[in-house]
Ligand binder design. Structure first.
Ligand code: ADP
Ligand code: MG
Length: 335
Protein backbone atom coordinates (compact mmCIF):
# COMPACT_ATOMS: atom_id res chain seq x y z
CA UNK A 1 0.00 0.00 0.00
CA UNK A 2 1.28 3.48 -0.86
CA UNK A 3 2.15 5.53 2.22
CA UNK A 4 -0.59 7.92 3.22
CA UNK A 5 -0.10 11.55 2.34
CA UNK A 6 0.37 13.69 5.44
CA UNK A 7 -2.05 16.62 5.31
CA UNK A 8 -2.43 19.57 7.69
CA UNK A 9 -5.68 21.51 7.66
CA UNK A 10 -5.41 25.07 8.98
CA UNK A 11 -8.74 26.25 10.33
CA UNK A 12 -10.29 29.11 12.26
CA UNK A 13 -8.06 32.15 12.18
CA UNK A 14 -8.18 35.71 13.40
CA UNK A 15 -10.79 37.16 11.05
CA UNK A 16 -14.53 37.56 11.52
CA UNK A 17 -14.91 34.55 9.22
CA UNK A 18 -13.44 32.28 11.92
CA UNK A 19 -16.60 30.20 12.36
CA UNK A 20 -17.12 29.81 8.64
CA UNK A 21 -13.59 28.53 8.31
CA UNK A 22 -14.20 25.95 11.06
CA UNK A 23 -17.31 24.72 9.23
CA UNK A 24 -15.32 24.46 5.98
CA UNK A 25 -12.53 22.58 7.73
CA UNK A 26 -15.00 20.10 9.23
CA UNK A 27 -16.31 19.31 5.74
CA UNK A 28 -12.77 18.85 4.46
CA UNK A 29 -11.89 16.51 7.34
CA UNK A 30 -15.01 14.43 6.73
CA UNK A 31 -14.25 14.09 3.04
CA UNK A 32 -10.55 13.25 3.08
CA UNK A 33 -10.28 9.48 2.73
CA UNK A 34 -8.41 8.18 5.84
CA UNK A 35 -6.99 5.35 3.73
CA UNK A 36 -5.22 7.91 1.59
CA UNK A 37 -4.61 10.85 3.90
CA UNK A 38 -3.15 11.15 7.37
CA UNK A 39 -4.71 14.38 8.58
CA UNK A 40 -3.69 16.74 11.36
CA UNK A 41 -5.65 19.90 12.12
CA UNK A 42 -4.19 23.16 13.32
CA UNK A 43 -6.88 25.33 14.88
CA UNK A 44 -6.00 29.01 14.90
CA UNK A 45 -7.86 30.99 17.55
CA UNK A 46 -9.43 34.42 17.15
CA UNK A 47 -6.49 35.56 19.29
CA UNK A 48 -4.03 34.10 16.79
CA UNK A 49 -2.88 31.15 18.88
CA UNK A 50 -2.11 27.98 16.96
CA UNK A 51 -3.34 24.75 18.48
CA UNK A 52 -2.62 21.27 17.23
CA UNK A 53 -5.91 19.47 17.08
CA UNK A 54 -7.11 15.93 16.63
CA UNK A 55 -4.60 13.71 14.95
CA UNK A 56 -1.60 15.39 16.59
CA UNK A 57 -2.15 13.37 19.70
CA UNK A 58 -1.07 15.85 22.35
CA UNK A 59 -3.47 18.79 21.79
CA UNK A 60 -0.58 21.06 22.66
CA UNK A 61 -0.71 24.81 22.19
CA UNK A 62 1.85 26.76 20.22
CA UNK A 63 2.72 30.39 20.86
CA UNK A 64 1.03 33.17 18.94
CA UNK A 65 2.95 33.68 15.75
CA UNK A 66 5.40 35.24 14.95
CA UNK A 67 6.69 34.45 18.43
CA UNK A 68 8.87 31.40 17.75
CA UNK A 69 6.28 28.69 17.84
CA UNK A 70 7.62 25.35 18.80
CA UNK A 71 4.85 23.20 17.47
CA UNK A 72 2.90 24.61 14.57
CA UNK A 73 5.59 25.39 11.97
CA UNK A 74 7.49 22.27 12.97
CA UNK A 75 4.32 20.30 12.39
CA UNK A 76 3.74 22.05 9.11
CA UNK A 77 7.27 21.25 8.03
CA UNK A 78 6.62 17.58 8.70
CA UNK A 79 3.57 17.25 6.46
CA UNK A 80 3.35 16.76 2.70
CA UNK A 81 0.71 19.38 2.04
CA UNK A 82 -1.14 22.10 3.93
CA UNK A 83 -4.72 23.12 3.30
CA UNK A 84 -5.15 26.66 4.59
CA UNK A 85 -8.93 26.75 4.91
CA UNK A 86 -8.89 30.28 6.30
CA UNK A 87 -10.90 33.26 5.12
CA UNK A 88 -10.16 36.95 5.21
CA UNK A 89 -7.25 38.78 6.87
CA UNK A 90 -4.44 36.64 8.36
CA UNK A 91 -5.37 33.64 6.25
CA UNK A 92 -6.54 34.43 2.75
CA UNK A 93 -4.39 37.55 2.34
CA UNK A 94 -0.92 36.09 1.80
CA UNK A 95 0.25 36.21 5.42
CA UNK A 96 -0.19 32.51 6.14
CA UNK A 97 0.94 31.72 2.60
CA UNK A 98 4.18 33.57 3.39
CA UNK A 99 4.72 31.43 6.47
CA UNK A 100 4.13 28.29 4.41
CA UNK A 101 6.65 29.48 1.82
CA UNK A 102 9.19 29.98 4.59
CA UNK A 103 8.48 26.54 5.98
CA UNK A 104 8.92 25.21 2.45
CA UNK A 105 5.83 23.03 2.41
CA UNK A 106 3.32 22.48 -0.39
CA UNK A 107 0.00 24.24 0.19
CA UNK A 108 -3.33 24.52 -1.56
CA UNK A 109 -4.34 27.70 -3.35
CA UNK A 110 -2.94 31.04 -4.39
CA UNK A 111 0.57 32.12 -3.45
CA UNK A 112 1.63 35.20 -1.48
CA UNK A 113 1.24 37.90 -4.12
CA UNK A 114 -2.00 36.62 -5.65
CA UNK A 115 -3.54 36.16 -2.20
CA UNK A 116 -2.66 39.69 -1.11
CA UNK A 117 -3.76 41.18 -4.40
CA UNK A 118 -7.14 39.46 -4.50
CA UNK A 119 -7.84 40.24 -0.84
CA UNK A 120 -7.58 43.94 -1.64
CA UNK A 121 -10.67 44.99 -3.60
CA UNK A 122 -8.98 48.26 -4.61
CA UNK A 123 -5.72 46.82 -5.97
CA UNK A 124 -7.56 43.86 -7.51
CA UNK A 125 -9.80 46.13 -9.57
CA UNK A 126 -6.81 48.16 -10.75
CA UNK A 127 -5.05 45.05 -12.06
CA UNK A 128 -8.19 43.79 -13.77
CA UNK A 129 -8.84 47.15 -15.41
CA UNK A 130 -5.27 47.22 -16.64
CA UNK A 131 -5.86 43.81 -18.22
CA UNK A 132 -9.00 44.95 -20.00
CA UNK A 133 -11.45 43.12 -17.72
CA UNK A 134 -14.55 45.11 -16.73
CA UNK A 135 -14.97 45.99 -13.06
CA UNK A 136 -17.16 48.50 -11.20
CA UNK A 137 -15.89 52.07 -11.07
CA UNK A 138 -14.64 52.79 -7.58
CA UNK A 139 -12.88 55.28 -5.35
CA UNK A 140 -10.64 54.28 -2.44
CA UNK A 141 -10.64 56.42 0.70
CA UNK A 142 -8.18 56.60 3.59
CA UNK A 143 -9.10 58.09 6.96
CA UNK A 144 -9.24 61.88 6.64
CA UNK A 145 -9.67 61.91 2.86
CA UNK A 146 -12.36 64.28 1.57
CA UNK A 147 -15.57 62.34 0.96
CA UNK A 148 -16.94 62.54 -2.52
CA UNK A 149 -19.26 60.10 -4.21
CA UNK A 150 -19.15 60.56 -7.98
CA UNK A 151 -21.25 57.44 -8.61
CA UNK A 152 -24.71 58.56 -7.51
CA UNK A 153 -27.14 56.42 -5.49
CA UNK A 154 -27.55 53.65 -4.70
CA UNK A 155 -23.85 52.81 -4.40
CA UNK A 156 -21.88 50.34 -2.29
CA UNK A 157 -19.43 51.13 0.50
CA UNK A 158 -17.09 48.41 1.71
CA UNK A 159 -13.86 47.76 3.59
CA UNK A 160 -11.07 47.06 1.08
CA UNK A 161 -9.94 43.79 2.64
CA UNK A 162 -12.62 41.68 4.30
CA UNK A 163 -15.27 39.17 3.31
CA UNK A 164 -18.70 37.67 4.02
CA UNK A 165 -20.25 41.12 3.43
CA UNK A 166 -19.02 42.24 6.86
CA UNK A 167 -18.86 46.05 7.07
CA UNK A 168 -20.55 46.50 3.67
CA UNK A 169 -23.53 48.80 3.05
CA UNK A 170 -25.78 49.44 0.13
CA UNK A 171 -26.08 53.21 0.35
CA UNK A 172 -29.42 54.53 -0.90
CA UNK A 173 -28.93 58.29 -0.46
CA UNK A 174 -26.45 60.87 0.74
CA UNK A 175 -27.70 60.66 4.31
CA UNK A 176 -26.61 57.02 4.51
CA UNK A 177 -23.12 57.65 3.15
CA UNK A 178 -21.50 58.94 6.37
CA UNK A 179 -22.67 56.07 8.59
CA UNK A 180 -21.71 53.55 5.87
CA UNK A 181 -18.17 54.93 5.70
CA UNK A 182 -17.94 54.94 9.47
CA UNK A 183 -18.95 51.29 9.59
CA UNK A 184 -16.49 50.29 6.87
CA UNK A 185 -13.63 52.20 8.51
CA UNK A 186 -14.15 50.12 11.65
CA UNK A 187 -12.86 47.15 9.66
CA UNK A 188 -10.11 48.60 7.48
CA UNK A 189 -8.00 51.70 6.95
CA UNK A 190 -8.98 51.67 3.31
CA UNK A 191 -12.60 51.85 2.21
CA UNK A 192 -14.20 51.69 -1.23
CA UNK A 193 -17.14 53.57 -2.68
CA UNK A 194 -18.38 51.66 -5.72
CA UNK A 195 -20.89 52.31 -8.42
CA UNK A 196 -23.93 50.01 -8.30
CA UNK A 197 -23.74 47.00 -10.59
CA UNK A 198 -27.32 46.51 -11.64
CA UNK A 199 -27.62 43.03 -13.07
CA UNK A 200 -27.59 39.31 -12.44
CA UNK A 201 -25.07 38.18 -9.82
CA UNK A 202 -23.19 35.02 -10.85
CA UNK A 203 -20.31 33.07 -9.34
CA UNK A 204 -17.88 30.72 -11.07
CA UNK A 205 -15.41 28.22 -9.66
CA UNK A 206 -11.93 28.06 -11.17
CA UNK A 207 -9.53 25.15 -10.65
CA UNK A 208 -5.99 24.58 -11.91
CA UNK A 209 -2.47 25.97 -12.05
CA UNK A 210 -1.27 26.89 -15.53
CA UNK A 211 -4.35 25.47 -17.26
CA UNK A 212 -7.23 26.61 -15.09
CA UNK A 213 -10.75 25.47 -15.89
CA UNK A 214 -14.05 27.10 -14.98
CA UNK A 215 -17.06 25.39 -13.45
CA UNK A 216 -20.57 26.13 -14.59
CA UNK A 217 -21.62 29.51 -13.23
CA UNK A 218 -24.34 29.78 -10.62
CA UNK A 219 -26.70 32.67 -10.11
CA UNK A 220 -27.03 34.14 -6.63
CA UNK A 221 -30.64 34.93 -5.82
CA UNK A 222 -30.97 36.54 -2.36
CA UNK A 223 -34.28 35.51 -0.78
CA UNK A 224 -35.92 38.03 1.52
CA UNK A 225 -32.81 40.22 1.41
CA UNK A 226 -32.22 43.27 -0.77
CA UNK A 227 -28.67 42.15 -1.59
CA UNK A 228 -26.28 39.30 -0.80
CA UNK A 229 -25.48 40.43 2.75
CA UNK A 230 -24.19 38.35 5.67
CA UNK A 231 -27.63 37.01 6.63
CA UNK A 232 -28.46 36.14 3.03
CA UNK A 233 -25.18 34.24 2.80
CA UNK A 234 -25.43 32.22 5.98
CA UNK A 235 -29.08 32.08 7.13
CA UNK A 236 -30.94 28.95 6.17
CA UNK A 237 -32.98 29.81 3.06
CA UNK A 238 -31.31 33.23 2.68
CA UNK A 239 -30.43 32.62 -0.94
CA UNK A 240 -30.98 30.38 -3.89
CA UNK A 241 -28.17 29.18 -6.15
CA UNK A 242 -29.33 28.56 -9.71
CA UNK A 243 -26.92 26.39 -11.74
CA UNK A 244 -26.62 27.27 -14.54
CA UNK A 245 -28.25 30.70 -14.63
CA UNK A 246 -30.98 31.33 -17.19
CA UNK A 247 -28.62 33.08 -19.59
CA UNK A 248 -27.83 32.39 -23.25
CA UNK A 249 -25.03 29.86 -23.81
CA UNK A 250 -22.69 32.49 -25.24
CA UNK A 251 -23.08 34.68 -22.14
CA UNK A 252 -22.39 31.68 -19.90
CA UNK A 253 -19.22 31.01 -21.89
CA UNK A 254 -18.29 34.66 -21.61
CA UNK A 255 -18.69 34.48 -17.82
CA UNK A 256 -16.46 31.39 -17.71
CA UNK A 257 -13.82 32.92 -19.98
CA UNK A 258 -13.78 36.10 -17.93
CA UNK A 259 -13.39 34.12 -14.70
CA UNK A 260 -10.42 32.18 -16.07
CA UNK A 261 -8.92 35.40 -17.40
CA UNK A 262 -9.29 37.08 -13.99
CA UNK A 263 -7.63 34.04 -12.39
CA UNK A 264 -4.72 34.26 -14.83
CA UNK A 265 -4.04 37.99 -14.69
CA UNK A 266 -4.00 37.93 -10.89
CA UNK A 267 -1.64 34.91 -11.05
CA UNK A 268 -3.88 32.71 -8.95
CA UNK A 269 -3.11 29.03 -8.51
CA UNK A 270 -5.12 26.04 -7.36
CA UNK A 271 -8.55 27.47 -6.77
CA UNK A 272 -10.62 30.62 -6.77
CA UNK A 273 -14.24 31.63 -6.92
CA UNK A 274 -14.79 34.54 -9.27
CA UNK A 275 -17.89 36.63 -8.56
CA UNK A 276 -19.38 38.65 -11.38
CA UNK A 277 -22.42 40.58 -12.48
CA UNK A 278 -24.01 40.25 -15.89
CA UNK A 279 -25.22 43.74 -16.71
CA UNK A 280 -27.61 44.62 -19.56
CA UNK A 281 -28.02 40.95 -20.37
CA UNK A 282 -24.54 40.32 -21.75
CA UNK A 283 -21.85 42.53 -20.17
CA UNK A 284 -19.72 40.56 -17.73
CA UNK A 285 -18.34 42.71 -14.90
CA UNK A 286 -16.13 41.12 -12.25
CA UNK A 287 -17.00 42.06 -8.67
CA UNK A 288 -14.36 40.15 -6.75
CA UNK A 289 -12.21 37.03 -6.63
CA UNK A 290 -11.95 34.84 -3.55
CA UNK A 291 -8.78 32.78 -3.34
CA UNK A 292 -10.16 30.70 -0.44
CA UNK A 293 -13.90 30.61 -1.01
CA UNK A 294 -16.31 29.14 1.54
CA UNK A 295 -15.34 25.50 1.43
CA UNK A 296 -17.97 23.28 3.01
CA UNK A 297 -19.39 20.49 0.88
CA UNK A 298 -22.50 22.64 0.42
CA UNK A 299 -20.71 25.94 -0.23
CA UNK A 300 -21.14 27.61 -3.60
CA UNK A 301 -17.67 26.58 -4.83
CA UNK A 302 -18.27 22.89 -4.12
CA UNK A 303 -21.81 22.99 -5.52
CA UNK A 304 -20.62 24.60 -8.75
CA UNK A 305 -18.02 21.91 -9.36
CA UNK A 306 -20.37 19.15 -8.28
CA UNK A 307 -22.87 20.39 -10.87
CA UNK A 308 -20.01 20.43 -13.38
CA UNK A 309 -19.24 16.75 -12.76
CA UNK A 310 -16.54 17.02 -10.09
CA UNK A 311 -17.77 15.80 -6.68
CA UNK A 312 -16.32 17.35 -3.50
CA UNK A 313 -13.92 14.54 -2.47
CA UNK A 314 -12.52 14.50 -6.00
CA UNK A 315 -12.22 18.30 -5.95
CA UNK A 316 -10.15 18.03 -2.76
CA UNK A 317 -7.90 15.40 -4.33
CA UNK A 318 -7.34 17.63 -7.36
CA UNK A 319 -6.46 20.60 -5.18
CA UNK A 320 -3.96 18.58 -3.18
CA UNK A 321 -2.39 17.27 -6.40
CA UNK A 322 -2.14 20.82 -7.76
CA UNK A 323 -0.38 21.93 -4.56
CA UNK A 324 2.12 19.08 -4.83
CA UNK A 325 2.66 19.76 -8.52
CA UNK A 326 3.48 23.42 -7.83
CA UNK A 327 5.88 22.54 -5.02
CA UNK A 328 7.62 19.98 -7.22
CA UNK A 329 7.92 22.42 -10.11
CA UNK A 330 9.22 25.27 -8.00
CA UNK A 331 11.70 23.15 -6.10
CA UNK A 332 13.70 23.04 -9.34
CA UNK A 333 14.09 26.81 -9.55
CA UNK A 334 17.40 28.43 -8.79
CA UNK A 335 17.30 31.52 -6.58
N1 ADP B 1 -20.82 47.44 -6.78
C1 ADP B 1 -21.80 46.61 -6.42
N2 ADP B 1 -22.99 46.62 -7.07
C2 ADP B 1 -23.98 45.78 -6.70
N3 ADP B 1 -23.89 44.91 -5.69
C3 ADP B 1 -22.74 44.87 -4.99
C4 ADP B 1 -21.63 45.70 -5.33
N4 ADP B 1 -20.63 45.43 -4.47
C5 ADP B 1 -21.09 44.47 -3.65
N5 ADP B 1 -22.35 44.14 -3.94
C6 ADP B 1 -23.18 43.15 -3.24
O1 ADP B 1 -22.61 42.92 -1.96
C7 ADP B 1 -22.15 41.58 -1.84
C8 ADP B 1 -20.86 41.53 -1.05
O2 ADP B 1 -19.88 42.33 -1.68
P1 ADP B 1 -18.44 41.79 -2.03
O3 ADP B 1 -17.71 42.89 -2.72
O4 ADP B 1 -18.57 40.51 -2.77
O5 ADP B 1 -17.77 41.58 -0.60
P2 ADP B 1 -17.43 40.27 0.25
O6 ADP B 1 -15.96 40.08 0.07
O7 ADP B 1 -17.78 40.64 1.65
O8 ADP B 1 -18.23 39.14 -0.30
C9 ADP B 1 -22.03 41.09 -3.28
O9 ADP B 1 -22.15 39.68 -3.33
C10 ADP B 1 -23.17 41.83 -3.96
O10 ADP B 1 -24.42 41.21 -3.72
MG1 MG C 1 -18.34 38.51 -2.23
Amino acid sequence: MAPRLRVAVLAGGRSSEHEISLASARSVLESLDPEQYDVVTVAIGRDGRWELGSGAGDGSVAETLPVPAANAPATLGAVDVVLPILHGPFGEDGTVQGLLELVGVAYVGAGVAASALCMDKDLFKKVLRDSGISVARHAALRPGDPVENPFGYPCFVKPARLGSSVGISKVHDEAELGPALELAFRHDEKVLIEELLDGIEVEVGVLGNFEPVASLPGQIVPLGHEWYDYASKYDEGGMDLVIPPALPADVIEQVQRTAVEAFRVTECEGMARVDCFVVDGNQVVVNELNTIPGFTATSVYAKLFDASGLPYPELLRRLIDLALERRQRRSKLQY
